[in-house]
Write a protein that binds this ligand. Structure first.
Ligand SMILES: O=C(O)CCC(=O)C(=O)O
Length: 299
């Protein structure tokens, strides 16, 4: 069945997954939380197939050069259409978990599908989400990212890394590194002497929740299989950017949750809606894309 927008809008969301108080405490203490088996293989299959086989996805991807000179590929969107990528960030078990961690209502800030194809040497440099979002006009680090492992994520294929408890360091200075921005490398080096680096290895369907000030990165893919992860970032009304120029897409909009069964019920239209994706910003065209201007260049 392929639904219309109104069919999705009229659904009543219910969730079967709620976080325990212990998990919520762990998140606040460490700045991140891994929850296993949130999505199963059947729910992930259409996205896995699309990531592995579907050239349609490539046309909406932006590429960024990282500090090691290699390219990283990201599909970046904030509008939630009826496509599968528009549905994932609205699934009740995800949104309810985020709201339990925030202790507040959340809205969708943006999402990113990050694919590292086989043997892609593109790393992602250490950074905090809030290092950028502050410059977009968010006054408070109220954002949470929920990173859904679409495929298995391992040390060998470039899983996410976090520096445990680094969210307690507050917002760090970010510098221009490669095509994008990263936390000041001198501070990261010192943080790594005091805090633990955690490789966030996950099976497909596991979720990594992490705080806006959590230092995170990822390493190259040394395997012959793609690594894919869907980062869904949420914000609260309090943390909404005050800036309007180029930031309308990050403004508060009530988030309509969808039932946990939406994907298995086939209640979506296609994998993605091409118009929803933002392209890379450049000096001439300061658009809504991922690259954020104004950072000093790292020495
Ligand atoms: O998925 C990854 O490899 C990391 C992506 C990331 O950190 C980001 O987009 O902020």
């Amino acid at each position: 069945m392929t639904p219309t927008s109104s069919a999705l809008e009229n659904t009543i969301a219910s969730t079967k997954l709620t976080l325990t108080q212990e998990q919520i405490n762990q998140y606040h203490e460490n700045g991140y939380l891994i929850v296993p088996n949130v999505f199963d293989a059947e729910e992930l299959a259409p996205l896995v197939t699309a990531c592995e086989e579907n050239p349609e996805l490539w046309s909406v991807e932006s590429t960024y050069q990282m500090s090691n000179g290699q390219l990283n590929r990201i599909m970046y969107y904030s509008k939630l259409s009826d496509s599968l990528l528009g549905v994932f960030p609205r699934i009740a078990r995800v949104v309810d978990s985020v709201e339990a961690l925030l202790g507040d209502e959340c809205y969708h800030y943006h999402s990113k599908l990050v694919r590292k194809e086989a043997y892609n040497k593109g790393n992602v440099d250490w950074h905090q989400g809030y290092g950028t979002w502050y410059h977009q006009g968010c006054l408070f680090p109220t954002q949470i990212t929920c990173a859904i492992a679409v495929t298995e994520n391992t040390k060998e294929n470039g899983c996410m890394q976090v520096i445990k408890k680094s969210h307690e360091m507050g917002r760090l200075n970010h510098l221009r590194i490669g095509d994008t921005d990263g936390a000041d490398p001198e501070i990261v080096e010192q943080a790594l002497k005091k805090l633990e680096l955690v490789d966030c290895e996950m099976n497909a369907g596991d979720i990594l929740f992490f705080h806006a000030n959590m230092l995170h990165a990822s390493t190259p893919n040394y395997t012959d299989r793609i690594r894919a992860i869907l980062h869904c970032t949420y914000n609260t009304k309090l943390g909404e950017p005050y800036k309007e120029e180029w930031q309308q897409h990050h403004g508060y909009q009530p988030l309509q949750k969808l039932p946990d069964s939406t994907i298995k019920d086939g209640n979506y239209n296609g994998i993605l809606n091409e118009q929803d994706f933002y392209q890379t910003e450049n000096e001439e065209d300061k658009g809504t894309g991922l690259i954020f201007r104004g950072f000093e260049t790292a020495q």
